[in-house]
Design a protein. Structure first.
Lengths: 180, 553
């Protein structure tokens, strides 16, 4: 064992590394804090970059193989950058029974992407969730961070079109969509 | 902080509340918030302020009132008056009704005496929809933390466990293991390096949202239950393992912990005794298998969430090798009321072998989707047709799915069965954590089995072969059935494979993964045969090739 451990310095002077460092410090740089730290990385950067995995591995003294193993094991972590907008469709049982497959089909028809994919222009990512826990409002979709219940294929099409178009149209869609 | 301080806070808070004549409660749990109840709340606050009623009328954000489908919900006069689907523009009408007793528009009136509310018995959810989940004082005013302080000052740990054992409480996570027995095993375990208490809030079953509602509506209840458990078992550190998909629940838990530490109901030397207890929240990261206790422990330790063979059970060797108590959210929520009212009180509720109440999440093809709490032993028919208000759109009931991907489908002939752990197991399902998905004739049971198998396949952690490979093959077979390419022998193969996966998988996920297949085969075998022999799907869900096209091919 090395007698003295010196923490590596962040890969860049991006201020978001301060948040990551903060979480590591709060947990005393314990290897057991790995998942908590990865949560902070994803929250700050949107996804887990290779650079971040290396930095976290060194800082927590965990083998990179293990960091990679943990990052790929859990569905919540993403190693790909997300699109400008995200649309989450819940595929829990209640939503499934009440028509989530039709919603996914509607998005595929409108934007040409399947769950886990991002449009080629980087405008929209489609994600599925296992259950968002608002089953009373099934089927559910989340546009960026706004949850919407009792979604129909028509409504989701309208929203997706809004996301795909230039900024002016997005605002218009958001205004009409919110009260629905 | 000691008992007198606690009492003073309660009295002060009660006095403050009694000065207010009218209290308008707005649900601020996740379901209603996604229907914009936060806007409703601020509109009501503005309305009250504009009319100069600030002195006698208070708008309060509260937890889940249960009937999520009709949200956002608003209640007043201690729940005797309720409003549904309220929007910000209804604020004036609501205030008119509450203060001046004017009749409210019919569209927003909700009958609080309907069976959905009247037939419930609330223990776990008693504070949900009543108190402000973001204020510890509100919880203390309704007797919160009293049970903990009483236990600390006037009961020995053994006596606490005795009350829990007497109550007959069983684990609400699904398996129904007697809670008292689990506690005493941990209490008796030798622990040179301390013990741990863990709350399993990784509610992974799709279609279940009981724990989320409790965490969002009454977070202090869980902290109190955990602290009592820690005292009984001799632990000084606790973890709440909560799904990252529940951001509101996580925020409220963290706030609650901070408030409790500030007041001194958690932390060092609680209630001037030598008992110290701290709680940390750990986030899950979207792995269903982490609901399994050994996988959950691995995840808290910062590893991949894979299970390990038991024994040793976590009660002997759990988190970092120390004796560890793991209970579900709802189990902890039952602890404080049991200590407050005594074990016998709890044992008098429910059926012979399953005591107390159970919270169910009603969802799917039912009119009243939402959260209910009923005594164990109530019949499924009452739950679906009285509390649930029956099936919408004039369709017919087909089955109720309980227990999520580990459970099964209960068909119509068992609707009059009293619901408890044993009865559900006897018909091939399980109690599970309490999700109930109601299905009507628009659901295809083969497709439902495929849905759950798809879930288990992608959630299998990959550690043991039967689960990793077996579920994938079962999914293939089910996919063949639903796309019209299955042969008769595929059915026999599916049954053999299901039995093998059940018998040889390492953990509960794999062992119970075939349950949806078993139960649908048991009660809806004709649907399977119809898919295979006639390439037909009565519900019209599966996109089967027409028979003629196949013959021609």
């Amino acid at each position: 064992m090395q007698g003295y451990f010196s923490k590596p310095s962040p890969p860049s002077d991006d201020r978001r590394w301060k948040l990551v460092d903060g979480t590591m410090r709060r947990h005393g740089h314990e290897p057991s804090a790995l998942i908590e730290v990865l949560h902070t990385v994803q929250e700050s950067f949107g996804f887990l970059t290779q650079e971040a995995l290396l930095y976290v591995a060194k800082s927590l003294r965990v083998p990179l193989s293990k960091v990679y193993g943990v990052a790929t094991f859990y569905h919540f972590f993403s190693m790909k950058p997300a699109g400008e907008h995200t649309c989450v469709v819940c595929t829990g049982t209640a939503c499934y029974i009440k028509g989530a497959p039709a919603l996914l089909k509607a998005i595929e028809e409108t934007a040409g992407i399947r769950p886990g994919e991002t449009t080629s222009d980087g405008k929209l990512s489609l994600v599925t969730a296992r259950c968002l826990g608002s089953c009373g409002l099934a089927p559910l979709a989340v546009y960026d961070s706004e949850i919407q219940g009792k979604v129909t294929p028509e409504k989701i099409r309208e929203h997706v079109r809004g996301f795909m178009e230039p900024a002016v149209a997005v605002c218009a869609a958001a205004e009409t969509g919110v009260g629905a | 902080m000691n008992q007198d301080d606690l009492k003073n806070i309660a009295i002060e808070e009660q006095e403050k509340n009694s000065a207010i004549q009218h209290e308008i409660k707005v649900c601020v749990a996740a379901s209603c918030i996604s229907s914009h109840s936060d806007q409703v709340k601020s509109a009501l606050e503005q309305e009250v302020k504009a009319r100069g009623l600030g002195e006698c009328c208070k708008v309060k954000g509260v937890g889940c009132m249960g009937l999520c489908a009709a949200g956002p919900l608003v209640s007043s006069h201690h729940g005797e008056q309720m409003f549904q689907s309220v929007t910000a523009s209804d604020a004036a009408a609501v205030v008119d009704t509450v203060i001046e007793n004017k009749p409210a528009p019919a569209a927003i009136v909700l009958d609080p005496k309907q069976p959905f509310f009247a037939m419930q018995k609330k223990i776990v959810l008693e504070n949900c929809g009543e108190i402000d989940p973001e204020r510890i004082e509100d919880y203390i005013a309704v007797g919160g933390y009293e049970a903990l302080f009483n236990a600390l000052t006037s009961m020995k740990p053994v006596q606490v466990i005795e009350q829990i054992s007497k109550s007959g409480l069983r684990g609400r996570g699904g398996a129904g293991f007697p809670t008292g027995l689990k506690w005493s095993t941990v209490a008796k375990a030798q622990a040179p390096n301390g013990k741990y208490v863990i709350c399993n809030a990784d509610e992974g079953d799709p279609g279940a949202f009981m724990d989320r509602s409790v965490l969002e509506s009454d977070p202090h209840r869980i902290l109190e239950g955990m602290a009592i458990a820690a005292y009984a078992c001799g632990a000084s550190k606790g973890y709440i393992y909560c799904r990252a998909e529940y951001p509101l629940a996580i925020k409220r838990l963290k706030d609650a912990i901070r408030q409790a530490e500030r007041l001194g109901v958690l932390g060092n030397e609680i209630c001037d005794t030598r008992f110290s207890f701290r709680i940390e929240v750990r986030l899950g990261a979207g792995a269903f298998v982490c609901g399994e206790e050994t996988a959950l422990i691995h995840s808290i330790e910062g590893n991949r969430g894979t299970p390990r063979p038991r024994p040793p059970f976590p009660a002997q060797s759990g988190l970092w090798g120390a004796p560890t108590l793991i209970n579900n959210v709802e189990t902890y929520a039952n602890v404080a009321p049991i200590l407050r009212n005594g074990g016998e009180w709890f044992a008098a509720i429910g059926s012979e072998r399953s005591k107390g109440t159970k919270v169910f999440a009603l969802a799917g093809r039912v009119n009243n989707t939402g959260l209910i709490e009923v005594p164990m032993g109530v019949s499924l028919r009452e739950i679906v047709f009285k509390l649930g208000g029956g099936i919408p759109d004039g369709r017919t009931f087909k089955a109720v799915q309980t227990g999520g991907p580990s459970g099964g489908c209960v068909p119509e002939q068992y609707l009059d069965m009293a619901v408890d752990y044993e009865s559900l197991a006897s018909v091939g399902s399980i109690m599970g954590s309490g999700g109930m998905i109601i299905m009507d004739d628009s659901s295809c049971m083969v497709d439902v089995a495929k849905y759950f198998m798809d879930f288990c396949t992608s959630e299998s952690c990959g550690k043991c072969v039967p689960c990793r490979v077996g579920t994938a093959h079962m999914l293939d077979l089910l996919a063949k059935m639903t796309n019209g390419t299955a042969e008769q022998e595929d059915l026999a193969l599916l049954e053999r494979l299901a039995e093998m996966v059940r018998a040889t998988s390492l953990c509960g996920l794999g062992q119970t993964a075939p349950n949806p297949v078993f139960s649908t085969l048991r009660y809806f075998r004709d649907e399977y045969l119809n898919h295979i022999e006639h390439k037909g799907c009565a519900a019209g869900v599966c996109e089967l090739k027409p028979l003629a096209a196949r013959v021609g091919a």
